[in-house]
Design a protein around this ligand. Structure first.
Ligand code: BTN
Length: 317
């Protein structure tokens, strides 16, 4: 009920009377009063004026199940939300949930990760109360060969969600790092369990640097946060909601053809390395060339001095 009250207070122009809330949710005045008190304790500034009712003055950057549910406008992402003040890794949690029968669209969010994981076995720094750590469970009926493109649409969704909430221009470093003013603000880790022609589940993990005010020296040149780039604090719950709204939009387009056919143009517009010199870090034979966008299958097109190459996996710098 707390999340519904919160949503009602947010969407109201002015005051909402206690009576109105009672009637809307079919609960007693005491129950409303209790819920309001709990919200205040959680950090929301709610004003109560006699004969007028309640009014939300400000909501700080809180992450909780209530906050996430009260912001939710998506159709199917987050129908089930698991929120943890602290967990090892939201990807690990989501995988366990998927194996235990959790539905397509289940969302796992944490305020802190004690064992955050990045790509290539690296650790992902996951301080408490600072950033976004979340993972989505997908159980799509698609060809497993087309699943890796879901990472590309996730990158588009994160870029769009951040732009909508913060106004910052985001670019994508193929395949799926999000950069603002040339520095990384988000990483995506997709993990899947598949059979020959069937996907058991896919977990898409997203880490977005939000309130960080500085970074360790080793990564200062390459990493940044939304706070640093925008010069102000941002609300994580609003960003989370915006990212998943964008995700649903791109996912629908992707599903029509099970590839990037309908999204190539938009992806290319966001491509940080478009028409720029890139180095393809092929473990056997690294090479350089000019990036020319992606193919409908999501490969990066790289023109080298001798030929056009299509990069389907690996790292590009
Ligand atoms: C990268 O190396 O760029 C990918 C980083 C992915 C980090 C996110 S944070 C939420 C989710 N849980 C994890 O343990 N990792 C991903």
């Amino acid at each position: 009920m707390k999340s519904e009250i919160l949503a009602a207070l947010r969407s109201a122009d002015g005051y909402v009377s206690g009576q109105e809330l009672c009637e809307k949710f079919g609960v007693s005045r005491t129950a409303v009063w209790k819920a309001i008190n709990q919200l205040k304790q959680a950090g929301y500034e709610i004003e109560a004026v006699q004969n007028k009712g309640y009014h939300i003055v400000s909501s700080p950057d809180i992450l909780s199940k209530t906050e996430l549910e009260s912001n939710r406008k998506t159709a199917w992402v987050g129908e089930e939300i698991y929120y943890f003040d602290s967990t090892d890794s939201t990807n690990t949690r989501a995988k366990r949930l998927a194996e235990d029968g959790s539905v397509h669209g289940t969302l796992v969010v944490a305020d802190e990760q004690t064992g955050g994981r990045g790509r290539r076995g690296r650790a992902w720094e996951s301080q408490k109360g600072v950033s976004i750590y979340m993972s989505l469970v997908l159980k799509p009926e698609i060809d497993p060969n087309n699943a890796s493109m879901l990472t590309l649409i996730t990158a588009m969704a994160v870029a769009g969600g951040i732009e909508k909430t913060t106004g910052l221009e985001c670019k994508i470093k193929w395949p799926n790092d999000i950069v603002v003013h040339g520095k990384k603000v988000c990483g995506i880790l997709t993990e899947m369990s598949t059979q020959m022609d069937y996907i058991n589940y896919i977990v898409i993990g997203i880490g977005i640097n939000v309130q960080n005010e500085s970074f360790p020296e080793e990564i200062r040149e390459v990493a940044t946060s939304l706070r640093i780039e925008s010069g102000k604090k941002q609300k994580r719950a609003a960003i989370i909601e915006a990212v998943w709204e964008e995700f649903e939009k791109y996912y629908d387009i992707y599903l029509k053809t099970e590839d990037m056919q309908g999204l190539v143009g938009e992806y290319d517009q966001k491509l940080a390395n478009m028409n720029k010199q890139v180095r393809v870090l092929d473990p056997k034979d690294p090479y350089e060339g000019t990036a020319r966008g992606i193919t409908p299958k999501g490969e990066l097109i790289v023109d080298t001095w001798e030929a056009r190459k299509l990069v389907s996996s690996g790292e590009v710098s």
